[in-house]
Ligand binder design. Structure first.
Ligand code: HSE
Length: 440
């Protein structure tokens, strides 16, 4: 049978990895897919560089629309990124009857509803394994491997840049700003790292997992997003003393009231496997009612790890493209007419436990005032840690850090108590609040 023909939009790190792995493993991939898979056309603004990667036998153009317009192309891989031109091109490819493979989590988290509806109407597939956790086949696991389960919650380290920074902060006792500069110098963080360090990239990925896990539309605008920029080395040290590590987690959870969807730094018990995921690696924990807790670990970015996910999608499409569209795996795991209308909860309704760090005057009655406010709001304390003032501020210091771990509390209640604590004259600096996830 004639090989399936693929057009590639954008040949950067992931695109060149995809081309190389497809070439290197072509015989084995063909044995799995049932027919050959060939990238026959590439669009990239830098035509000369692209041609040098793919060699003379592949047609290279600088106009992505020429790829979409080519009637011989069966599948379009979009590796341009962003919400702008990528959205237009994906919709045009769908309209032209092409299947689409994309690694673009931002595009699908924000415009997924429109894109999946267009694809369903046209009877084509939009596959996006590479959009979440790079080489880890987490979309496949959630959508197919765990299909028997009522998924209860997912918690993932789904941004390698921030996990690298947090690992370095812990290892070397350094503050965020120092480690970020070092990460940029070493090429681990982008020149503009905003999406990574502010939690946006992780929230895009959590949004996609949430939709697949619970059969709800993609709703990035409802996600709570908090990055790691305000974390200090002291918080990481105190967390360690209490038996926890701080990780940027993407969390989505089913509750009686609706679905939680949130990204923020979290204290995780140091004994959990996910707490020990270091450097730029990714890991996702999924809890299902039948299977229990499962863990998926691997490289969340990089040329060939991400290519591994792109090619898995190419193979899936190659196997399924002649199938009746109604018999294919639905884009979001659930049939489009069987989606849930469960609401994504506002952050104030989320229930979790907390780490609070208060810089307080080291004088009589302060601890009683602070704990009195917590007791008044019905917040139960799990643990308290106070260091000697000298240890925190040096010889003769008159202030110290008071660390409090709470039991589960509604976020809205905690917001009120923190505001009250902040008003105490003995509380000398903005209070640090980090959520805590036991993940058991
Ligand atoms: N920038 C992402 C990360 C990889 O640091 O994990 C692509 O999603």
């Amino acid at each position: 049978m004639k090989p399936i023909q693929v057009g590639l939009l954008g040949i950067g790190t992931v695109g060149s990895g995809t081309f190389n792995v497809l070439q290197r493993n072509q015989e084995e991939i063909q044995r799995r897919a049932g027919r050959g898979i060939e990238i026959t056309m590439v669009a990239d603004l830098d035509v000369a560089r692209a041609q040098s990667i793919v060699g003379p036998d592949v047609k290279v153009v600088n106009d992505a629309r020429a790829v979409i317009a080519n009637p011989d192309i069966d599948i379009v891989i979009e590796l341009i990124g962003g919400y702008g031109i990528a959205r237009a091109l994906v919709l045009e490819a769908i309209a032209a009857g092409k299947h689409v493979v994309t690694a673009n989590k931002a595009l699908l988290a924000v415009h997924g509803t429109e894109i999946f509806a267009a694809a369903s109407a046209k009877g084509v597939m939009v596959a996006f394994e590479a959009a979440v956790a790079g080489g880890i086949p987490i979309i496949k696991a959630l959508r197919e491997g765990l299909t028997a389960n009522r998924i209860q919650w997912i918690a993932g380290i789904i941004n390698g840049t921030t996990n690298f920074i947090l690992s370095e902060m812990r290892d070397k006792g350094l503050d965020f700003d120092v480690v970020l500069k070092e990460a940029q110098r070493l090429g681990y963080a982008e020149a503009d790292p905003t999406f990574d360090i502010e939690g946006v990239d992780a929230a895009h990925k959590a949004t996609l997992m949430s939709a697949i896990a619970f059969g709800i539309p993609v709703q990035f605008d409802k996600a709570y997003v908090e990055g790691i920029t305000k974390l200090g080395a002291a918080d990481i040290r105190y967390a360690e003393q209490l038996g926890y590590r701080i990780k940027l987690l993407g969390i989505t959870k089913r509750t009686d009231k609706g679905v939680e969807l949130r990204v923020h730094p979290s204290l995780v018990p140091a004994k959990r496997l996910i707490a020990n995921v270091e450097g730029a690696m990714n890991a996702v924990v999924v809890n299902g009612d039948a299977v229990g807790t499962t863990l998926y670990y691997g490289k969340g970015a990089g040329s060939e790890p991400t290519a591994s996910a792109v090619i898995a999608d190419l193979v899936d499409i190659t196997r399924l493209h002649t199938a009746d569209p109604l018999n294919r795996v639905p884009h979001l795991a659930f049939q489009p007419d069987a989606m849930s209308d469960a609401v994504v909860l506002p952050m104030s309704e989320v229930v979790t436990s907390y780490y609070l760090r208060l810089r307080v005057a080291d004088q009589a009655g302060v601890l009683a005032q602070v704990t009195g406010l917590l007791a008044g709001a019905g917040v139960s304390i799990d643990a308290v840690l106070q260091r000697e003032a000298d240890e925190v501020g040096g010889e003769g210091a008159t202030s110290t850090d008071l660390i409090i771990l709470t039991h589960d509390t509604r976020e809205g209640t905690m917001n009120d108590v923190i505001a009250q604590m902040q008003g105490l004259p003995s509380v000398l600096a903005p209070i640090t609040r980090i959520r805590k996830e036991e993940l058991n």
